[in-house]
Design a protein around this ligand. Structure first.
Ligand code: ADP
Ligand code: MG
Length: 602
Protein backbone atom coordinates (compact mmCIF):
# COMPACT_ATOMS: atom_id res chain seq x y z
CA UNK A 1 0.00 0.00 0.00
CA UNK A 2 1.35 3.43 -0.88
CA UNK A 3 1.90 6.25 1.63
CA UNK A 4 -1.15 8.25 2.41
CA UNK A 5 0.12 11.17 4.44
CA UNK A 6 0.87 14.42 2.63
CA UNK A 7 1.32 18.05 3.62
CA UNK A 8 -1.63 20.34 3.06
CA UNK A 9 -1.07 23.07 0.51
CA UNK A 10 -0.55 26.48 2.15
CA UNK A 11 -3.84 27.80 0.86
CA UNK A 12 -5.72 25.03 2.64
CA UNK A 13 -3.65 25.33 5.80
CA UNK A 14 -4.33 29.07 5.83
CA UNK A 15 -8.03 28.51 5.40
CA UNK A 16 -8.06 26.20 8.36
CA UNK A 17 -6.06 28.64 10.45
CA UNK A 18 -8.44 31.39 9.37
CA UNK A 19 -11.23 29.54 11.09
CA UNK A 20 -9.65 30.37 14.43
CA UNK A 21 -8.83 34.00 13.89
CA UNK A 22 -11.52 35.15 11.48
CA UNK A 23 -15.03 34.23 12.48
CA UNK A 24 -16.96 37.14 11.08
CA UNK A 25 -16.53 40.61 9.57
CA UNK A 26 -15.90 42.04 13.03
CA UNK A 27 -12.80 39.84 13.39
CA UNK A 28 -11.35 41.26 10.16
CA UNK A 29 -11.86 44.75 11.51
CA UNK A 30 -10.22 43.89 14.80
CA UNK A 31 -7.13 42.47 13.14
CA UNK A 32 -6.71 45.21 10.57
CA UNK A 33 -7.27 48.04 13.03
CA UNK A 34 -4.81 46.47 15.46
CA UNK A 35 -2.25 46.37 12.66
CA UNK A 36 -2.89 50.04 11.95
CA UNK A 37 -2.36 50.85 15.64
CA UNK A 38 0.89 48.88 15.63
CA UNK A 39 1.92 50.90 12.57
CA UNK A 40 1.59 54.02 14.75
CA UNK A 41 -1.32 55.51 12.85
CA UNK A 42 -2.89 58.61 14.39
CA UNK A 43 -6.01 58.40 12.29
CA UNK A 44 -7.89 55.25 11.29
CA UNK A 45 -10.99 55.06 9.12
CA UNK A 46 -13.22 52.01 8.97
CA UNK A 47 -15.75 51.80 6.16
CA UNK A 48 -18.02 48.79 5.94
CA UNK A 49 -20.61 47.90 3.34
CA UNK A 50 -23.32 45.30 3.79
CA UNK A 51 -22.35 44.82 7.44
CA UNK A 52 -18.89 43.80 6.28
CA UNK A 53 -20.14 41.03 4.03
CA UNK A 54 -19.72 43.10 0.88
CA UNK A 55 -16.60 44.97 1.87
CA UNK A 56 -14.49 46.28 4.70
CA UNK A 57 -12.02 49.06 4.20
CA UNK A 58 -9.46 50.19 6.76
CA UNK A 59 -7.42 53.28 5.96
CA UNK A 60 -4.56 54.35 8.21
CA UNK A 61 -1.90 57.04 8.14
CA UNK A 62 0.71 54.82 9.76
CA UNK A 63 4.23 53.99 8.67
CA UNK A 64 3.25 51.81 5.70
CA UNK A 65 5.15 48.85 4.24
CA UNK A 66 7.93 48.44 1.72
CA UNK A 67 7.16 46.47 -1.42
CA UNK A 68 8.82 43.31 -0.12
CA UNK A 69 7.21 43.61 3.28
CA UNK A 70 3.79 44.10 1.76
CA UNK A 71 4.21 40.87 -0.13
CA UNK A 72 5.70 39.01 2.83
CA UNK A 73 2.97 40.19 5.17
CA UNK A 74 0.50 37.69 3.69
CA UNK A 75 2.69 34.67 4.46
CA UNK A 76 1.72 32.67 7.51
CA UNK A 77 3.89 33.42 10.56
CA UNK A 78 5.11 36.56 8.83
CA UNK A 79 5.45 39.27 11.43
CA UNK A 80 7.67 42.25 12.06
CA UNK A 81 6.77 42.26 15.72
CA UNK A 82 8.75 39.43 17.27
CA UNK A 83 11.86 37.63 16.16
CA UNK A 84 12.41 35.14 18.95
CA UNK A 85 10.25 33.31 21.45
CA UNK A 86 11.50 35.40 24.37
CA UNK A 87 10.05 38.51 22.71
CA UNK A 88 6.67 37.13 23.65
CA UNK A 89 7.35 38.25 27.20
CA UNK A 90 7.95 41.87 26.35
CA UNK A 91 5.08 42.53 24.00
CA UNK A 92 4.17 46.12 23.44
CA UNK A 93 2.33 45.55 20.16
CA UNK A 94 -1.17 44.26 19.48
CA UNK A 95 -0.11 41.66 16.94
CA UNK A 96 2.69 39.09 17.01
CA UNK A 97 1.32 35.84 15.67
CA UNK A 98 1.70 36.79 12.03
CA UNK A 99 -1.51 34.99 11.19
CA UNK A 100 -4.09 37.63 10.54
CA UNK A 101 -3.26 38.77 7.04
CA UNK A 102 -2.56 35.23 5.81
CA UNK A 103 -5.89 34.14 7.27
CA UNK A 104 -7.89 37.01 5.81
CA UNK A 105 -6.31 36.58 2.38
CA UNK A 106 -7.21 32.88 2.48
CA UNK A 107 -10.92 33.53 2.82
CA UNK A 108 -11.55 36.83 1.02
CA UNK A 109 -10.53 39.06 -1.88
CA UNK A 110 -8.00 41.53 -0.53
CA UNK A 111 -6.46 44.67 -1.99
CA UNK A 112 -3.78 46.55 -0.14
CA UNK A 113 -2.29 49.91 -1.05
CA UNK A 114 0.62 50.97 1.09
CA UNK A 115 3.35 53.60 0.99
CA UNK A 116 6.14 54.61 3.32
CA UNK A 117 6.76 58.33 3.73
CA UNK A 118 10.27 58.22 2.26
CA UNK A 119 9.06 56.64 -1.01
CA UNK A 120 7.57 58.39 -4.04
CA UNK A 121 5.36 55.49 -4.97
CA UNK A 122 3.49 52.90 -3.04
CA UNK A 123 2.55 49.36 -3.93
CA UNK A 124 -0.76 47.71 -4.73
CA UNK A 125 -1.23 44.01 -4.12
CA UNK A 126 -4.37 42.05 -4.94
CA UNK A 127 -4.74 38.61 -3.44
CA UNK A 128 -7.72 36.25 -3.23
CA UNK A 129 -7.99 32.79 -1.71
CA UNK A 130 -4.27 33.03 -0.86
CA UNK A 131 -3.29 33.60 -4.52
CA UNK A 132 -1.50 36.79 -5.51
CA UNK A 133 -3.39 38.18 -8.49
CA UNK A 134 -1.62 41.44 -9.09
CA UNK A 135 1.25 43.51 -7.78
CA UNK A 136 2.18 46.94 -9.12
CA UNK A 137 3.52 50.34 -8.16
CA UNK A 138 0.87 52.96 -7.58
CA UNK A 139 0.70 56.46 -6.30
CA UNK A 140 -1.14 56.61 -3.00
CA UNK A 141 -0.95 58.48 0.27
CA UNK A 142 1.36 57.57 3.14
CA UNK A 143 0.09 54.70 5.22
CA UNK A 144 -1.90 51.63 4.40
CA UNK A 145 -5.34 50.97 3.05
CA UNK A 146 -6.85 47.51 3.13
CA UNK A 147 -9.94 46.56 1.17
CA UNK A 148 -11.43 43.15 2.05
CA UNK A 149 -14.27 42.05 -0.23
CA UNK A 150 -16.65 39.11 -0.14
CA UNK A 151 -15.49 37.55 3.08
CA UNK A 152 -15.74 33.74 2.99
CA UNK A 153 -16.46 33.80 -0.76
CA UNK A 154 -14.68 30.45 -1.03
CA UNK A 155 -15.99 28.92 2.22
CA UNK A 156 -19.76 28.78 1.62
CA UNK A 157 -20.41 27.01 4.91
CA UNK A 158 -18.82 29.89 6.79
CA UNK A 159 -20.60 32.53 4.76
CA UNK A 160 -23.91 30.88 5.44
CA UNK A 161 -23.10 30.81 9.13
CA UNK A 162 -23.02 34.61 9.28
CA UNK A 163 -25.96 36.23 11.06
CA UNK A 164 -28.30 38.92 9.81
CA UNK A 165 -26.78 42.25 8.75
CA UNK A 166 -28.02 43.83 11.95
CA UNK A 167 -26.39 41.19 14.10
CA UNK A 168 -23.09 41.40 12.21
CA UNK A 169 -23.16 45.18 12.44
CA UNK A 170 -23.63 44.93 16.18
CA UNK A 171 -20.59 42.67 16.41
CA UNK A 172 -18.63 45.24 14.43
CA UNK A 173 -19.68 48.10 16.67
CA UNK A 174 -18.88 46.08 19.79
CA UNK A 175 -15.43 45.27 18.41
CA UNK A 176 -14.80 48.89 17.45
CA UNK A 177 -15.83 50.06 20.92
CA UNK A 178 -13.26 47.74 22.48
CA UNK A 179 -10.54 49.31 20.38
CA UNK A 180 -11.47 52.98 20.45
CA UNK A 181 -12.02 53.18 24.20
CA UNK A 182 -8.46 52.20 24.96
CA UNK A 183 -6.93 54.28 22.16
CA UNK A 184 -8.38 57.73 22.76
CA UNK A 185 -5.23 59.37 21.42
CA UNK A 186 -6.08 58.01 17.96
CA UNK A 187 -8.74 59.59 15.76
CA UNK A 188 -11.31 57.07 14.51
CA UNK A 189 -14.18 57.08 12.06
CA UNK A 190 -16.60 54.27 11.44
CA UNK A 191 -18.93 54.33 8.47
CA UNK A 192 -21.66 51.86 7.59
CA UNK A 193 -22.23 52.66 3.94
CA UNK A 194 -22.77 56.42 3.89
CA UNK A 195 -23.82 56.58 7.48
CA UNK A 196 -21.25 57.83 9.95
CA UNK A 197 -21.55 55.81 13.13
CA UNK A 198 -18.57 57.18 15.01
CA UNK A 199 -16.51 60.25 14.40
CA UNK A 200 -14.10 60.35 17.30
CA UNK A 201 -11.50 63.07 17.59
CA UNK A 202 -8.29 62.70 19.58
CA UNK A 203 -9.11 62.88 23.29
CA UNK A 204 -8.54 61.20 26.63
CA UNK A 205 -10.27 58.17 28.17
CA UNK A 206 -13.07 60.12 29.82
CA UNK A 207 -13.94 62.12 26.75
CA UNK A 208 -13.80 58.99 24.63
CA UNK A 209 -16.29 57.22 26.89
CA UNK A 210 -18.65 60.16 26.56
CA UNK A 211 -18.18 60.31 22.78
CA UNK A 212 -18.97 56.61 22.47
CA UNK A 213 -21.71 56.19 25.06
CA UNK A 214 -22.80 59.71 25.90
CA UNK A 215 -25.58 59.57 23.36
CA UNK A 216 -27.46 57.03 25.38
CA UNK A 217 -26.86 58.56 28.74
CA UNK A 218 -26.76 62.32 28.73
CA UNK A 219 -25.89 62.25 32.35
CA UNK A 220 -22.97 59.85 32.09
CA UNK A 221 -20.92 62.52 33.85
CA UNK A 222 -22.94 61.98 36.99
CA UNK A 223 -23.10 58.24 36.60
CA UNK A 224 -19.44 57.37 36.80
CA UNK A 225 -16.88 57.60 39.53
CA UNK A 226 -13.20 57.47 38.89
CA UNK A 227 -11.08 54.68 40.28
CA UNK A 228 -7.36 54.70 40.66
CA UNK A 229 -4.78 52.48 42.30
CA UNK A 230 -1.08 52.26 41.84
CA UNK A 231 0.79 49.28 43.21
CA UNK A 232 3.90 47.37 42.27
CA UNK A 233 1.89 44.62 40.62
CA UNK A 234 -0.62 46.67 38.73
CA UNK A 235 -1.79 50.17 38.16
CA UNK A 236 -5.49 50.63 37.72
CA UNK A 237 -7.31 53.59 36.28
CA UNK A 238 -10.86 53.91 35.09
CA UNK A 239 -14.48 54.60 35.82
CA UNK A 240 -17.22 52.60 37.47
CA UNK A 241 -20.93 53.31 37.45
CA UNK A 242 -22.79 54.36 40.54
CA UNK A 243 -25.07 51.53 41.63
CA UNK A 244 -28.28 53.46 41.06
CA UNK A 245 -27.47 53.68 37.37
CA UNK A 246 -26.97 49.96 36.93
CA UNK A 247 -29.02 48.45 34.10
CA UNK A 248 -29.63 45.11 32.52
CA UNK A 249 -27.66 46.22 29.51
CA UNK A 250 -24.45 47.53 31.02
CA UNK A 251 -21.22 48.50 29.34
CA UNK A 252 -18.41 46.58 30.96
CA UNK A 253 -14.87 46.78 29.70
CA UNK A 254 -11.51 45.60 30.95
CA UNK A 255 -8.31 46.57 29.23
CA UNK A 256 -4.77 45.57 30.01
CA UNK A 257 -1.73 47.24 28.49
CA UNK A 258 -3.83 48.83 25.78
CA UNK A 259 -5.69 45.66 24.89
CA UNK A 260 -9.31 44.70 25.52
CA UNK A 261 -9.69 41.55 27.54
CA UNK A 262 -12.41 39.29 28.82
CA UNK A 263 -11.71 38.42 32.40
CA UNK A 264 -14.51 36.63 34.25
CA UNK A 265 -12.41 36.42 37.41
CA UNK A 266 -11.75 40.16 37.61
CA UNK A 267 -15.39 40.72 36.73
CA UNK A 268 -16.25 38.82 39.88
CA UNK A 269 -13.96 41.05 41.84
CA UNK A 270 -15.78 44.16 40.62
CA UNK A 271 -19.16 42.61 41.28
CA UNK A 272 -18.06 41.74 44.78
CA UNK A 273 -17.35 45.40 45.39
CA UNK A 274 -20.95 46.13 44.45
CA UNK A 275 -22.31 43.42 46.69
CA UNK A 276 -25.71 44.37 48.11
CA UNK A 277 -25.74 47.61 46.18
CA UNK A 278 -27.52 46.20 43.15
CA UNK A 279 -30.96 44.82 42.42
CA UNK A 280 -31.01 41.34 40.92
CA UNK A 281 -30.45 41.44 37.16
CA UNK A 282 -28.82 44.83 37.30
CA UNK A 283 -25.28 45.37 36.18
CA UNK A 284 -23.02 48.33 36.72
CA UNK A 285 -21.12 50.03 33.92
CA UNK A 286 -17.38 49.88 34.19
CA UNK A 287 -14.39 50.90 32.12
CA UNK A 288 -11.22 49.64 33.74
CA UNK A 289 -7.75 50.17 32.32
CA UNK A 290 -4.93 48.16 33.87
CA UNK A 291 -1.24 48.37 33.32
CA UNK A 292 1.08 45.55 34.32
CA UNK A 293 4.59 44.54 33.46
CA UNK A 294 4.26 42.71 30.11
CA UNK A 295 6.28 39.87 31.57
CA UNK A 296 3.57 39.24 34.13
CA UNK A 297 0.86 38.35 31.61
CA UNK A 298 0.44 35.77 28.89
CA UNK A 299 -1.45 37.11 25.92
CA UNK A 300 -0.62 34.12 23.83
CA UNK A 301 -3.19 31.68 25.15
CA UNK A 302 -6.05 32.60 22.82
CA UNK A 303 -5.93 33.10 19.04
CA UNK A 304 -7.87 36.33 19.20
CA UNK A 305 -5.91 37.33 22.28
CA UNK A 306 -8.92 38.34 24.35
CA UNK A 307 -8.28 35.92 27.17
CA UNK A 308 -5.22 36.83 29.10
CA UNK A 309 -3.47 35.01 31.90
CA UNK A 310 -2.10 37.04 34.79
CA UNK A 311 0.73 35.88 37.00
CA UNK A 312 -0.61 37.68 40.07
CA UNK A 313 -4.27 37.13 39.47
CA UNK A 314 -5.31 36.75 43.11
CA UNK A 315 -3.49 39.80 44.34
CA UNK A 316 -4.90 41.89 41.52
CA UNK A 317 -8.36 40.55 42.29
CA UNK A 318 -8.10 42.00 45.78
CA UNK A 319 -6.51 45.28 44.74
CA UNK A 320 -9.25 45.79 42.18
CA UNK A 321 -12.04 45.01 44.59
CA UNK A 322 -10.74 47.33 47.27
CA UNK A 323 -10.19 50.08 44.76
CA UNK A 324 -13.75 49.88 43.40
CA UNK A 325 -15.27 49.55 46.86
CA UNK A 326 -13.42 52.58 48.06
CA UNK A 327 -14.54 54.64 45.09
CA UNK A 328 -18.15 53.61 45.62
CA UNK A 329 -17.94 54.38 49.31
CA UNK A 330 -16.75 57.89 48.64
CA UNK A 331 -18.73 58.78 45.60
CA UNK A 332 -21.38 60.64 47.47
CA UNK A 333 -18.88 63.22 48.59
CA UNK A 334 -16.49 63.59 45.69
CA UNK A 335 -17.69 65.97 43.02
CA UNK A 336 -18.88 64.21 39.91
CA UNK A 337 -16.47 64.13 37.03
CA UNK A 338 -17.32 66.89 34.65
CA UNK A 339 -16.40 65.70 31.23
CA UNK A 340 -17.16 69.00 29.59
CA UNK A 341 -14.64 70.97 31.53
CA UNK A 342 -12.02 68.26 31.24
CA UNK A 343 -8.65 69.79 30.46
CA UNK A 344 -9.60 73.24 31.72
CA UNK A 345 -7.99 74.39 34.89
CA UNK A 346 -10.46 75.65 37.41
CA UNK A 347 -9.01 78.85 38.85
CA UNK A 348 -11.06 80.53 41.51
CA UNK A 349 -10.69 84.29 41.77
CA UNK A 350 -10.13 85.63 45.28
CA UNK A 351 -9.78 89.22 46.36
CA UNK A 352 -6.13 90.01 47.12
CA UNK A 353 -6.72 90.41 50.85
CA UNK A 354 -8.72 87.21 51.15
CA UNK A 355 -6.89 84.65 53.25
CA UNK A 356 -6.25 81.46 51.29
CA UNK A 357 -7.55 78.43 53.09
CA UNK A 358 -6.30 75.06 51.97
CA UNK A 359 -9.15 73.10 50.39
CA UNK A 360 -10.64 70.36 52.48
CA UNK A 361 -12.54 67.34 51.35
CA UNK A 362 -15.23 66.08 53.62
CA UNK A 363 -15.48 62.35 53.69
CA UNK A 364 -18.14 60.63 55.67
CA UNK A 365 -16.11 57.82 57.14
CA UNK A 366 -19.15 56.19 58.62
CA UNK A 367 -20.82 55.92 55.28
CA UNK A 368 -20.89 52.29 54.33
CA UNK A 369 -22.46 51.55 50.97
CA UNK A 370 -22.50 47.87 51.76
CA UNK A 371 -24.92 48.21 54.58
CA UNK A 372 -27.57 50.73 53.82
CA UNK A 373 -30.38 49.63 51.54
CA UNK A 374 -30.78 45.98 52.42
CA UNK A 375 -30.52 46.53 56.13
CA UNK A 376 -32.77 49.53 56.54
CA UNK A 377 -35.56 48.91 54.09
CA UNK A 378 -36.31 45.31 54.84
CA UNK A 379 -37.85 44.37 58.12
CA UNK A 380 -36.33 41.30 59.69
CA UNK A 381 -38.64 38.39 59.15
CA UNK A 382 -39.07 37.79 62.86
CA UNK A 383 -40.99 41.03 63.37
CA UNK A 384 -43.61 39.99 60.89
CA UNK A 385 -44.00 36.72 62.62
CA UNK A 386 -44.48 38.51 65.88
CA UNK A 387 -47.16 40.65 64.37
CA UNK A 388 -49.00 37.72 62.95
CA UNK A 389 -48.76 36.00 66.28
CA UNK A 390 -50.04 39.13 68.07
CA UNK A 391 -53.07 39.19 65.81
CA UNK A 392 -53.71 35.62 66.68
CA UNK A 393 -53.48 36.37 70.41
CA UNK A 394 -55.83 39.33 70.20
CA UNK A 395 -58.39 37.23 68.49
CA UNK A 396 -58.12 34.67 71.26
CA UNK A 397 -58.53 37.31 73.93
CA UNK A 398 -61.56 38.84 72.32
CA UNK A 399 -63.00 35.38 71.97
CA UNK A 400 -62.74 34.96 75.66
CA UNK A 401 -64.26 38.31 76.53
CA UNK A 402 -67.15 38.28 74.12
CA UNK A 403 -69.97 35.89 73.89
CA UNK A 404 -68.90 32.80 71.99
CA UNK A 405 -69.38 33.12 68.24
CA UNK A 406 -70.10 30.51 65.65
CA UNK A 407 -66.73 29.19 64.52
CA UNK A 408 -65.81 30.95 61.29
CA UNK A 409 -63.89 28.81 58.80
CA UNK A 410 -60.80 30.67 57.71
CA UNK A 411 -60.89 29.21 54.24
CA UNK A 412 -64.03 27.99 52.68
CA UNK A 413 -64.22 25.09 50.35
CA UNK A 414 -64.73 25.68 46.62
CA UNK A 415 -68.19 24.28 47.06
CA UNK A 416 -69.02 27.19 49.34
CA UNK A 417 -70.69 30.25 47.85
CA UNK A 418 -67.80 32.67 48.33
CA UNK A 419 -64.07 32.04 48.43
CA UNK A 420 -61.97 33.55 51.12
CA UNK A 421 -58.51 34.73 50.39
CA UNK A 422 -55.59 35.39 52.60
CA UNK A 423 -52.71 37.56 51.52
CA UNK A 424 -49.29 37.01 52.97
CA UNK A 425 -46.60 39.72 52.81
CA UNK A 426 -48.33 41.37 49.87
CA UNK A 427 -46.75 38.62 47.88
CA UNK A 428 -48.70 35.38 48.16
CA UNK A 429 -52.40 34.69 48.06
CA UNK A 430 -53.74 31.61 49.82
CA UNK A 431 -57.09 30.04 49.25
CA UNK A 432 -58.65 26.64 49.81
CA UNK A 433 -59.49 24.43 46.88
CA UNK A 434 -60.68 20.85 46.67
CA UNK A 435 -57.25 19.36 46.41
CA UNK A 436 -55.68 21.40 49.18
CA UNK A 437 -54.37 24.82 50.02
CA UNK A 438 -53.64 26.84 46.91
CA UNK A 439 -50.80 29.38 47.00
CA UNK A 440 -50.52 31.94 44.24
CA UNK A 441 -47.50 34.10 43.55
CA UNK A 442 -49.20 37.46 43.21
CA UNK A 443 -46.57 39.17 41.11
CA UNK A 444 -46.27 36.29 38.69
CA UNK A 445 -50.04 36.05 38.40
CA UNK A 446 -50.29 39.72 37.42
CA UNK A 447 -47.45 39.22 34.98
CA UNK A 448 -49.27 36.31 33.31
CA UNK A 449 -52.51 38.28 33.03
CA UNK A 450 -50.77 41.31 31.57
CA UNK A 451 -48.75 39.12 29.24
CA UNK A 452 -51.82 37.54 27.69
CA UNK A 453 -53.58 40.87 27.46
CA UNK A 454 -50.60 42.46 25.71
CA UNK A 455 -50.10 39.51 23.41
CA UNK A 456 -53.71 39.69 22.46
CA UNK A 457 -53.39 43.37 21.68
CA UNK A 458 -50.28 42.80 19.62
CA UNK A 459 -51.91 40.02 17.65
CA UNK A 460 -55.06 42.00 16.99
CA UNK A 461 -53.23 45.29 16.60
CA UNK A 462 -55.83 46.99 18.69
CA UNK A 463 -53.84 48.71 21.37
CA UNK A 464 -54.51 52.22 22.45
CA UNK A 465 -51.86 54.87 22.67
CA UNK A 466 -51.86 57.43 25.40
CA UNK A 467 -50.14 60.78 24.91
CA UNK A 468 -47.48 61.66 27.44
CA UNK A 469 -47.89 65.07 29.01
CA UNK A 470 -44.14 65.46 29.14
CA UNK A 471 -42.46 63.56 26.32
CA UNK A 472 -39.48 61.52 27.41
CA UNK A 473 -36.19 61.47 25.54
CA UNK A 474 -34.61 58.20 24.49
CA UNK A 475 -30.95 58.53 23.67
CA UNK A 476 -29.22 55.53 22.16
CA UNK A 477 -25.70 54.54 21.26
CA UNK A 478 -24.81 53.23 17.83
CA UNK A 479 -25.18 49.59 18.73
CA UNK A 480 -28.57 50.13 20.33
CA UNK A 481 -29.89 52.09 17.36
CA UNK A 482 -29.62 48.98 15.23
CA UNK A 483 -31.57 46.88 17.69
CA UNK A 484 -34.07 49.67 18.18
CA UNK A 485 -34.70 49.92 14.45
CA UNK A 486 -35.62 46.24 14.48
CA UNK A 487 -38.38 46.79 16.99
CA UNK A 488 -39.44 50.37 16.36
CA UNK A 489 -42.26 49.65 13.91
CA UNK A 490 -43.47 46.75 15.96
CA UNK A 491 -43.75 48.63 19.19
CA UNK A 492 -45.38 51.52 17.39
CA UNK A 493 -48.21 49.11 16.66
CA UNK A 494 -48.46 48.60 20.39
CA UNK A 495 -49.07 52.24 21.09
CA UNK A 496 -45.61 53.74 21.44
CA UNK A 497 -45.29 57.01 19.58
CA UNK A 498 -41.76 58.07 18.65
CA UNK A 499 -40.42 61.07 16.86
CA UNK A 500 -36.81 61.24 15.67
CA UNK A 501 -35.01 63.95 17.52
CA UNK A 502 -31.48 64.16 16.21
CA UNK A 503 -29.47 61.23 15.00
CA UNK A 504 -29.66 58.65 17.75
CA UNK A 505 -32.31 60.31 19.83
CA UNK A 506 -36.07 59.93 19.90
CA UNK A 507 -38.74 61.80 21.68
CA UNK A 508 -41.38 59.49 23.13
CA UNK A 509 -44.71 61.24 22.79
CA UNK A 510 -47.05 58.38 23.55
CA UNK A 511 -47.04 54.98 25.24
CA UNK A 512 -49.40 52.00 25.24
CA UNK A 513 -52.37 52.85 27.46
CA UNK A 514 -51.63 49.77 29.54
CA UNK A 515 -48.30 51.28 30.51
CA UNK A 516 -49.50 54.82 30.98
CA UNK A 517 -48.87 54.73 34.69
CA UNK A 518 -45.35 53.40 34.45
CA UNK A 519 -42.65 55.84 35.39
CA UNK A 520 -39.84 53.80 33.95
CA UNK A 521 -40.64 53.97 30.24
CA UNK A 522 -37.02 54.57 29.25
CA UNK A 523 -35.92 51.60 31.30
CA UNK A 524 -38.59 49.43 29.70
CA UNK A 525 -37.39 50.43 26.25
CA UNK A 526 -33.74 49.87 27.13
CA UNK A 527 -34.65 46.41 28.40
CA UNK A 528 -36.51 45.70 25.19
CA UNK A 529 -33.44 46.69 23.24
CA UNK A 530 -31.28 44.44 25.40
CA UNK A 531 -33.71 41.56 24.78
CA UNK A 532 -33.57 42.15 21.05
CA UNK A 533 -29.81 41.94 21.10
CA UNK A 534 -29.85 38.70 23.03
CA UNK A 535 -32.68 36.97 21.24
CA UNK A 536 -31.55 35.35 18.03
CA UNK A 537 -35.04 34.17 17.17
CA UNK A 538 -36.30 37.72 17.24
CA UNK A 539 -37.86 37.50 13.78
CA UNK A 540 -40.20 34.71 14.79
CA UNK A 541 -40.59 35.39 18.48
CA UNK A 542 -40.96 39.11 18.68
CA UNK A 543 -44.60 39.10 19.74
CA UNK A 544 -43.95 36.91 22.75
CA UNK A 545 -40.78 38.75 23.55
CA UNK A 546 -42.43 42.16 23.53
CA UNK A 547 -45.40 41.05 25.54
CA UNK A 548 -43.17 39.34 28.10
CA UNK A 549 -40.83 42.26 28.52
CA UNK A 550 -43.64 44.78 28.87
CA UNK A 551 -45.48 42.54 31.30
CA UNK A 552 -42.34 42.01 33.34
CA UNK A 553 -41.41 45.67 33.38
CA UNK A 554 -44.76 46.80 34.55
CA UNK A 555 -45.13 44.37 37.42
CA UNK A 556 -42.26 45.74 39.42
CA UNK A 557 -44.61 47.50 41.77
CA UNK A 558 -47.19 44.78 42.13
CA UNK A 559 -46.36 43.79 45.66
CA UNK A 560 -49.32 45.68 47.03
CA UNK A 561 -51.92 44.90 49.66
CA UNK A 562 -55.13 43.65 48.05
CA UNK A 563 -58.63 43.48 49.47
CA UNK A 564 -60.88 40.42 49.15
CA UNK A 565 -62.59 41.71 46.01
CA UNK A 566 -59.28 42.55 44.37
CA UNK A 567 -57.86 39.14 45.17
CA UNK A 568 -60.98 37.44 43.90
CA UNK A 569 -60.86 39.46 40.69
CA UNK A 570 -57.18 38.74 40.20
CA UNK A 571 -57.70 35.01 40.60
CA UNK A 572 -60.65 35.04 38.21
CA UNK A 573 -58.51 36.81 35.65
CA UNK A 574 -55.64 34.41 36.20
CA UNK A 575 -57.79 31.36 35.64
CA UNK A 576 -59.24 32.91 32.51
CA UNK A 577 -55.70 32.88 31.06
CA UNK A 578 -54.61 30.27 28.56
CA UNK A 579 -51.94 29.05 30.92
CA UNK A 580 -52.53 30.11 34.52
CA UNK A 581 -49.89 27.78 35.92
CA UNK A 582 -46.70 29.24 34.50
CA UNK A 583 -45.38 32.67 33.61
CA UNK A 584 -44.45 33.24 29.99
CA UNK A 585 -40.85 32.54 30.90
CA UNK A 586 -41.74 29.29 32.58
CA UNK A 587 -41.92 30.14 36.27
CA UNK A 588 -44.47 28.56 38.55
CA UNK A 589 -47.45 30.74 39.49
CA UNK A 590 -49.66 28.33 41.39
CA UNK A 591 -48.73 25.73 43.94
CA UNK A 592 -51.03 23.47 45.89
CA UNK A 593 -50.24 22.15 49.34
CA UNK A 594 -52.20 18.93 49.67
CA UNK A 595 -54.03 17.85 52.79
CA UNK A 596 -51.62 14.93 53.22
CA UNK A 597 -48.68 17.30 53.08
CA UNK A 598 -50.26 19.40 55.76
CA UNK A 599 -51.07 16.41 57.89
CA UNK A 600 -47.49 15.22 57.68
CA UNK A 601 -46.41 18.43 59.31
CA UNK A 602 -48.25 17.69 62.49
P1 ADP B 1 1.05 40.42 13.16
O1 ADP B 1 0.21 41.65 13.38
O2 ADP B 1 0.80 39.38 14.19
O3 ADP B 1 2.49 40.73 12.99
P2 ADP B 1 -0.37 40.25 10.68
O4 ADP B 1 -0.63 39.14 9.76
O5 ADP B 1 -1.52 40.95 11.27
O6 ADP B 1 0.58 39.73 11.80
O7 ADP B 1 0.52 41.32 9.94
C1 ADP B 1 1.75 40.91 9.36
C2 ADP B 1 2.71 42.07 9.23
O8 ADP B 1 2.28 42.99 8.23
C3 ADP B 1 2.85 42.92 10.48
O9 ADP B 1 3.81 42.37 11.36
C4 ADP B 1 3.30 44.27 9.91
O10 ADP B 1 4.69 44.29 9.74
C5 ADP B 1 2.65 44.30 8.56
N1 ADP B 1 1.44 45.14 8.55
C6 ADP B 1 0.17 44.68 8.57
N2 ADP B 1 -0.70 45.71 8.55
C7 ADP B 1 0.02 46.84 8.49
C8 ADP B 1 -0.31 48.23 8.43
N3 ADP B 1 -1.59 48.66 8.47
N4 ADP B 1 0.71 49.13 8.38
C9 ADP B 1 1.98 48.70 8.35
N5 ADP B 1 2.35 47.41 8.42
C10 ADP B 1 1.40 46.48 8.47
MG1 MG C 1 -1.84 41.76 13.26
Amino acid sequence: MSDVIHLLPDSVANQIAAGEVIQRPASVIKELVENAIDAEATKIQIIVKGAGRTSIQIIDNGKGMSETDARMAFERHATSKITQASDLFHLTTMGFRGEALASIAAVAQVEVRTKQAQNELGVLIKIAGSKIERQESVSCSNGTSFLVKNLFFNVPARRKFLKSDDAEMRHIIAEVQRIVLVNPQIEFQLFNGDECIYDLPTSNERQRIVAVFGKKTRTITQQLVQIEASTELVSIFGFVGKPEFATKNANQFFFVNGRYMRHPYFHKSVMLAYEQLLQPNENPNYFIFMKVNPEAIDVNIHPTKTEIKFQDEREIFTILMVCVKEALGKFNVTPSIDFNTEGLIDMPVFPADHPIVPPTVKINHDYNPFKTSAATTQKPIRQDWEELYKGFLNEKESDINETPKQPQPLFQDTEGTSLTFFQYKNQYIFTAVKSGLMVIDQQRAIQRILFEELLNQIENQQSVSQKLLFPEVLELDAEDVIAFNQIKDKITLLGFDFEPFGKQTYSINGVPALLANESNIIEILMNLIADTKENHQFATEWKNMLALRLAKSSVKTTLAPLCQTEMSHLIDQLFACKNPNLTADGKKIVSIISLEELEKRF
